[in-house]
Design a protein around this ligand. Structure first.
Ligand SMILES: *Cc1c(COP(=O)(O)O)cnc(C)c1O
Length: 393
């Protein structure tokens, strides 16, 4: 390899978050296509049951996305129109947009600079007499401080909606993420650890809430379409509220059923990759993720490193370009929410008011962390990080 040759040439570019597909998924999708039942039906119902069993939850509703799951959970929580909902500035925009679309006002509470999760003390500081709910995000798969968050919810009579988009495998003191708050919202987007292309799920313990979410996901109709067109003869449906089109197709569930079977094996592989990164990057001037708290199980969804220009001799954005040049795909999770013009304009937010999230958002880089990575891929990522940082000095 010449000094300027990339670690991986363009035809071997390592795609960030590439999904892993097995023969079982492919066969199931083909069988679904041939069955003639592509929309919401028996496979979506089976996927709900499988996910409910995996998480030990009493109710599960499969939806088209985690964004839909968050939106409908917020509606099912029946917040007043002037309600405030507290969430983290270190999240994907979908979390905040769902709060806005539910009619509530989003309020941001800064994160702990080490765990990158919402700081319970910052939540307390932001509570007003209009606060009705909190939406914690288990960032990167790391469990939030659920004992502290649950205590805040009890004290102030708040609903907790967990954004578990990174947290399919996450646990806090043996309790599974998404079953601790009133609602748990999951994503099966392509880059997530169980992928259906687009897809999501709500877990809740309330039967009434689950029924309402199911109804809102399908236009506010009283009967779902697969019963409507089933073999029970014609049944009239009635629209009882103005709902949405948020249902999961059987084609998506066909993927999810088999992806879910491999969820634990894939988690073990990502844990291995995580440890390899920890060991191989320890000598560099990067800030690595802090070790998971011992009373939790980390989901290992993202491996994020912080590039402080003063330490690394290179800006974060130059580091990203350097990695692309080396043939390694990376991600930024996330620029902090108040950096985006829409929220700045609408709510008058300035990123400076959430300094921990601002710093992370400006310095963070996600390295590839999918179960499909070979040891050779991991070694290439490590080589590339070393080379890009060496060039910085
Ligand atoms: C991916 C993601 C979402 C949105 O999930 P979709 O299924 O794409 O709607 C929401 N919150 C977080 C933290 C995410 O990472």
């Amino acid at each position: 390899m010449q000094p300027d040759d990339p670690t991986r040439p363009a035809d071997r570019f390592l795609v960030f978050g590439a999904p892993q597909v097995g023969d079982a998924e492919i066969q199931e999708v083909v069988a679904t296509l041939e069955s003639g039942w592509w929309g919401t039906g028996p496979r979506a119902a089976r996927f709900e049951k499988a996910f409910r069993d995996y998480k030990g939850a009493s109710q599960a509703v499969a939806l088209g996305s985690c964004t839909a799951a968050l939106h409908l959970s917020l509606l099912a929580a029946r917040l007043e129109p002037d309600a405030e909902v507290i969430t983290t500035p270190m999240t994907f925009c979908a979390t905040v947009n769902a709060i806005i679309h539910s009619g509530a006002t989003p309020v941001l509470a800064d994160v702990d600079p080490r765990t990158m999760n919402i700081d319970p003390a910052e939540i307390e500081r932001r509570i007003t007499d209009k606060t009705r709910a909190i939406v914690p995000v288990h960032f990167a798969g790391r469990a939030c401080e659920m004992d502290a968050l649950s205590a805040i919810c009890r004290k102030h009579d708040l609903v907790m909606i967990e954004d578990c988009a990174h947290a399919i495998e996450t646990e806090f003191e043996g309790r599974k993420a998404g079953t601790i708050g009133e609602f748990g919202c999951f994503s099966f987007y392509v880059t997530k650890s169980v992928a259906t292309g687009e897809g999501g799920m709500v877990l809740t313990s309330g039967e009434e809430e689950a029924d309402r979410i199911r109804r809102l996901a399908l236009h506010g109709m009283t009967k779902d379409a697969w019963k409507r067109f089933g073999d029970e003869g014609h049944r009239h449906y009635f629209v009882v509220e103005a709902g949405f089109k948020y249902n999961m197709m059987d084609l998506q569930a066909a993927l999810g059923l088999h992806q879910l079977k491999r969820v634990e094996d894939n988690w073990l592989r990502r844990e291995e990759v995580w440890r390899q990164y920890d060991a191989a990057l320890a000598s560099l001037p990067l800030e690595l993720p802090v070790p998971p708290a011992s009373n939790t199980r980390h989901g290992y969804h993202l491996y994020t490193v912080l590039i402080d220009e003063a330490e690394c001799g290179i800006t974060r954005d130059a580091f990203l370009d350097g990695m692309t040049h080396e043939g390694i795909g990376t991600g930024v999770q996330y620029l902090s929410i108040p950096e985006h013009p829409y929220y700045r304009d609408r709510y008058g937010w300035s990123a400076n008011d959430w300094p921990a999230a601002r710093r992370i958002g400006r310095q963070t880089v996600s390295l590839p962390l999918s179960s499909s990575l070979t040891d050779g891929d991991v070694a290439d990522v490590v080589t590339a990080v070393h080379r890009v940082l060496d060039r910085g000095h």
